[in-house]
Design a protein around this ligand. Structure first.
Ligand code: ADP
Length: 591
């Protein structure tokens, strides 16, 4: 696939004004450096060679002071422009990344390691900093000022100018050679860092699960491995960087030595030049090389940045591809939105020869065609791993079928992240997520429209949260989620229900809890769900007998195959696997 304009190029064009400013500042800086050398050599010449009195050179000393001040200011200004550019670019990149992640379809946004995404968002973007704050300003300076110095030296003493011309190219040539090697290394380093933070963050997030399954030791090893790999990659880069610096210093020192030697011979042996010319050249030569040398360091950090920027581009691109897929379906979606806004009734949902696979050779789900009438209560049952959740996600449009289609009111759904879908569907998972915020915020997340405080309280009451809220000092404004108060599993489920009550969904997807809830929650759940389901289509991954019994239709899955579907009594009499499951359930409940 052809890459669009690279991220750097896009950002550069947005920073054109700063770059022009940098160019002008560099020109002025070059002029200041040359004037400083000229003034200094002239002053020293007057004072020590021509034995002038201190008072007669007062003006020159004053001018020298001013030039030095201007030079310092210009250097500071260049630094500021670079930092400002970097800040702008980082902000732009972060907001673009965030925008992409927020707007991605659920499967894309959830795919991959959260930790590695976080590390791209934070570290990769931070590494991009030095491209704009270091690399660019140094490169612009290096493109302008050494040229000015070389011209100045040539006009004064062309053999020294020639030496500069001959030795200078060694520095960029050398840098390119080393830079190519570092680039690969730094990309490697970034992969290692991403892997390291990914492993680390995911381990932290899943710590409870890891502990439950006794996998902590194993994970500790994994973290150790990836941190060692990261260390090695970093050391590799440092090794190259240090050798690089050493070699650059060597070349620079040799070149300055060469010019000094040549000046000394001209001055002392052939007496073919004046002291102030020689001194002027001698002052400028180290400036010349130090500017080129700076580019060496800048080049190195620029390369590292490029590696990091590539990561950001990759992340943005995966999202883009997904987006393109989606855009093609937008027209169809729009039709659907219209239909749905004019028909507040629950839609009919039709599955047509849906097949789905997570990947080649993995679990496969195949469901024959069936229709879920508006307002129907559908229960999906089957053993664990039979594909119940997968089917629920297919109906929700969270997963896209491999072949066949899911039709809502006769229109195909491609609802990843679409507003109409999230407004009409409530998905009550087994483990509802608490966002950092107040209880009221968390309930209001369930809907896109503006809601009043009393609506939120009403929804909380319907979901059986009133008692809990009245016991809390700050009531609905109590902070929960990360950094706030925790809620029990049952309370979370009720909060999810409150979200659904506020949303008044036309379709409810319900992943019934497999673990036993406390009696009260169980009762609230039953009552509230019943209440909600009155005006909605209800699709439940069911584990509880009374849910199954009351369903209008039960879909029985075995190893990803839809074996049969019908009402409870029908299935009991004609599907032995179903009868057996019901039997086990009944015994479980009694025992
Ligand atoms: P159930 O809800 O009935 O327990 P699921 O629909 O969750 O079953 O899973 C069905 C099968 O698909 C299982 O074998 C599971 O391992 C597999 N599976 C579930 N999610 C994924 C995934 N994201 N990638 C690959 N395989 C998956």
């Amino acid at each position: 696939m052809k890459r669009k304009r690279s991220l750097i190029a896009v950002q550069l064009s947005s920073q054109r004004k700063s770059m022009v400013l940098l160019g002008f500042a560099s020109l002025a800086l070059g002029a200041a450096i040359i004037s400083q050398a000229a003034l200094l050599s002239a002053t020293v010449n007057r004072l020590f060679v021509m034995k002038a009195t201190l008072s007669s050179i007062g003006v020159m000393l004053g001018a020298l002071l001013v030039v030095m001040l201007v030079r310092t200011l210009l250097g500071y200004m260049n630094g500021r422009i670079g930092l400002k550019m970097a800040a702008h670019v980082k902000k732009a990149m972060r907001s673009e990344l965030l925008h992409k992640l927020v707007n991605d379809s659920l499967p894309t946004a959830r795919g991959g390691q959260t930790g590695s995404k976080v590390s791209v968002m934070l570290d990769a973007v931070d590494e991009a900093d030095s491209y704009f704050s270091q690399y660019l300003p140094r490169m612009i300076e290096a493109a302008i000022i050494p040229l000015m110095i070389a011209v100045a030296v040539f006009t004064q003493h062309y053999p020294s100018g020639l030496i500069l011309l001959v030795t200078a190219p060694f520095i960029p040539i050398f840098m390119v050679l080393v830079g190519l090697k570092t680039k690969k290394k730094s990309e490697e380093k970034f992969d290692q860092l991403a892997e390291f933070s990914g492993t680390f963050l995911d381990s932290l997030q899943g710590l409870v699960t890891l502990k439950l399954y006794g996998r902590v030791r194993h994970q500790e090893q994994a973290i150790k491995q990836s941190s060692l790999a990261f260390r090695d990659a970093t050391m590799g880069i440092l090794r190259i960087a240090f050798t690089n610096t050493f070699m650059l210093e060597l070349i620079v020192m040799l070149s300055i030595g060469l010019v000094s030697l040549e000046l000394a011979i001209q001055l002392l042996v052939y007496k073919s030049m004046s002291f102030d010319t020689a001194f002027f050249v001698l002052l400028l030569v180290p400036e010349f090389f130090s500017l080129l040398k700076n580019t060496g360091v800048a080049f190195h950090s620029g390369r590292t940045s490029m590696g990091a920027v590539r990561k950001v581009e990759d992340l943005l691109e995966t999202s883009n591809e997904d987006k393109r897929d989606r855009n093609t379906m937008d027209a169809a979606d729009k039709l659907d939105v219209d239909r749905m806004t004019t028909h507040p009734m629950p839609p009919s949902i039709e599955l047509k020869h849906v097949r789905f696979r997570y990947g080649a050779g993995s679990f496969e789900l195949a469901a024959d065609s069936f229709t879920i009438a508006p307002g129907q209560k559908l229960a999906i049952v089957g053993k664990s791993g039979s594909g119940k959740t997968t089917m629920l996600h297919l109906i929700a449009g969270l997963l896209r079928p491999l072949s066949g289609e899911v039709l809502v009111n006769g229109q195909p759904i491609t609802n990843d992240g679409d507003a109409y879908w999230s407004e009409r569907v409530s998905y009550i998972t087994q483990h509802p997520y608490l966002f950092a915020g107040t209880i009221a915020d968390n309930i209001a997340i369930g809907t896109k429209r503006a809601v009043t405080r009393s609506e939120i309280e009403q929804a909380a009451a319907s979901a059986g949260l009133s008692t809990l809220i009245s016991e809390l000092e700050k009531g609905c404004d109590t902070l929960v989620g990360e950094g706030g108060r925790g809620l029990s599993g049952g309370e979370r489920q009720r909060l999810a229900l409150a979200r659904a009550f506020l949303n008044r969904p036309a379709i409810i997807l319900f992943d019934e809890p497999t673990v036993g809830l406390d009696l009260q929650t169980e009762r609230v759940l039953q009552r509230s769900i019943g209440e909600l389901a009155k005006q909605a289509t209800m699709i439940t991954v069911a584990h509880r007998l009374y849910t199954i019994r009351d369903a209008d239709r039960i879909v029985f899955l075995e190893n990803g195959v839809l074996l049969d579907s019908g009402r409870h009594e029908e299935l009991v009499s004609r599907l032995p696997q179903y009868a057996e499951m019901v039997d086990i359930q009944r015994k479980g409940r009694l025992g």
